[in-house]
Design a protein around this ligand. Structure first.
Ligand SMILES: [Zn+2]
Ligand SMILES: [Zn+2]
Length: 396
C-alpha cells in the first residue's frame, strides 16, 4: 500500500459501504429466502438490476442472449480503464444458497454503489456484470463468447468460504452426460431378450473406479445416475449418468475425459448396449493476478482481516470464473464465513450464508472490492502492474 491509496476518497468509499449495511443485509437475506437455480434467477437478477438503475447506473438486462444476465455501467469520465465487478446469484438445486452467492451479490451491490457515489476517479468506466448460472451453466463462458467482457481491463468478485485468502486457484473441469440405450423386456418372463442399459451405466462407474488408480494426483471424477429405469420388472432400455472430470490443467482434463468416455463405451459394449455423450461447457483453471490480489489483500488487512495462503493440496472446486481469468486480469478472493473445513454445497453452508458471519463478510468484501477498484481507476501504476503481470505470467 502506498500513501497514495490512503486519501480521503477511500475513507469516503468505506463509509459509503458502511452506510448501506442494513440495505445489504436485507438484500442478502431476501436473495437467500428466494433461491433460484441456474438460468432461472429471474427474481434475483431483476432485483439487482433495479437497484443499480435506481442508483443511476445504465442497465442492460438479458444480455448475451441470457434472460438473467445484465450489465450496468457508470462512466466516471472519458478514457481510462474499464473495470468490472461481478455478481453471481444462482442457488443450488435442493440446497438453496449453499454456495453463498446471495452474499456475492450483496457485496457487489455495496461496492458498486459506494464507488459510483464516492470515487474520486475522473476517467474510466465501472461495469457491474450479473453473471447467471455459475453452478454448472457456465454463464460467464457464454457472456465471454458473446463479447460482454470485450475491452474490460480487470474483473473481480468475492466468494464466501472457510478461509480468507486472495490467491486460491481453481480446477479445470469438464462435464459430460452419458445416455445408455438398451432394449426393454419383461424382467422375469423374457429377460433373455432384454439389453440392460442400467447395467451399462453401473459398469461405467466400476470401470471409472478402476481408472482412478492410474490418474494423476488431484484428479477428481465424480458422477450421479440421473435415470436408472422405470420399474424393477422392466429391463431398463434407457439409463443416464452425469459426470464431472477435474484437474489443475485443462489439457489433462481433456485427456481424462476421453478415458472416462472409453470406460462408458466399453461398459456399454460389454452388455450389448450403446452410449452417446453430450459434452457440457468446459471450465478452465483459474489464473490469479498477483498484483490485484495483493492490493485486495491489503484492503482486507486494513480492515483487520487476516489473509491466509491457500492450502497446498485440495479444497478446490471449479468455476466459470476460470475462463474469464484466462482472458483478462481477474481475482476471485475468499472471505471466511464458516469454520475452516466446513464445505460449501452443504446445508451448513446455506445456514452460514444468512448468518451474522455471512453478513459481516458482505461489508468487508464490499469495502475491499470498492477500494481495489478505486485504486485501478486512480492509480495508473497499479493498473500497469496488473496488466503487465497478466501479459507475462503463466497459469498459477
Ligand atoms: Zn458452488
Ligand atoms: Zn459459488
Amino acid at each position: 500500500m502506498t500513501a497514495e491509496t490512503l486519501r480521503a476518497a477511500p475513507a469516503a468509499i468505506a463509509a459509503a459501504v458502511d452506510a448501506q449495511r442494513d440495505e445489504l443485509r436485507d438484500l442478502a437475506l431476501d436473495l437467500h429466502a428466494h433461491p433460484e437455480t441456474a438460468f432461472e434467477e429471474h427474481r434475483s437478477a431483476a432485483k439487482l438490476a433495479h437497484m443499480l438503475r435506481e442508483d443511476g447506473f445504465d442497465v442492460d438486462e438479458g444480455v448475451a442472449g441470457l434472460d438473467t444476465a445484465f450489465v450496468a455501467r457508470h462512466r466516471f469520465g472519458p478514457g481510462g480503464p474499464r473495470i468490472a465487478l461481478l455478481a453471481e446469484y444462482d442457488a443450488l438445486p435442493g440446497l438453496g444458497h449453499a454456495c453463498g452467492h446471495n452474499l456475492i451479490s450483496a457485496a457487489c451491490m455495496g461496492a458498486a454503489r459506494a464507488l459510483r457515489r464516492r470515487s474520486d476517479a475522473t476517467a474510466g468506466e465501472l461495469l457491474v456484470v450479473g453473471t447467471p448460472a455459475e453452478e454448472g451453466g457456465g454463464g460467464k463462458i457464454i457472456m465471454l463468447d458473446q463479447g460482454v467482457f470485450d475491452g474490460v481491463d480487470a474483473a473481480m468478485m468475492f466468494h464466501p468460504g472457510g478461509r480468507t485468502m486472495t490467491t486460491r486457484g481453481s480446477l479445470a473441469a469438464a462435464r459430460v452426460t452419458m445416455r445408455f440405450h438398451g432394449r426393454a423386456a419383461h424382467a422375469a418372463a423374457a429377460p433373455h431378450v432384454g439389453i440392460n442399459a442400467l447395467d451399462a451405466c453401473i459398469q461405467t462407474f466400476n470401470a471409472i473406479n478402476a481408472l482412478r488408480q492410474h490418474v494423476r494426483d488431484e484428479t477428481r471424477i465424480h458422477g450421479i445416475i440421473t435415470n436408472g429405469g422405470e420399474a424393477a420388472n422392466i429391463t431398463p432400455a434407457f439409463a443416464e449418468a452425469k459426470f464431472s472430470v477435474r484437474h489443475r490443467r485443462f489439457e489433462y482434463v481433456q485427456e481424462l475425459l476421453e478415458r472416462v468416455k472409453a470406460c462408458a463405451t466399453g461398459a456399454a459394449t460389454s452388455v450389448g448396449a450403446t452410449v452417446t455423450f453430450e459434452d457440457g461447457l468446459a471450465y478452465a483453471e483459474r489464473r490469479v493476478n498477483g498484483a490485484l490480489a495483493e492490493r485486495f489483500g491489503a484492503h482486507l488487512e486494513h480492515q483487520g482481516e487476516r489473509v491466509l495462503q491457500p492450502l497446498s493440496v485440495g479444497g478446490v472446486g471449479s468455476s466459470d470464473f476460470g475462463n474469464l481469468s484466462q482472458t483478462l486480469p481477474a481475482i476471485h478472493p475468499y472471505v471466511a464465513i464458516v469454520a475452516e473445513g466446513t464445505s460449501a454445497h452443504t446445508p451448513e453452508f446455506a445456514v452460514a450464508a444468512a448468518s451474522p458471519d455471512g453478513l459481516r463478510a458482505v461489508g468487508i468484501a464490499a469495502t475491499a472490492l470498492a477500494l481495489t477498484a478505486n485504486d485501478l481507476f486512480t492509480d495508473p501504476t497499479l493498473l500497469a502492474r496488473v496488466t503487465a503481470e497478466f501479459a507475462q505470467e503463466a497459469t498459477v
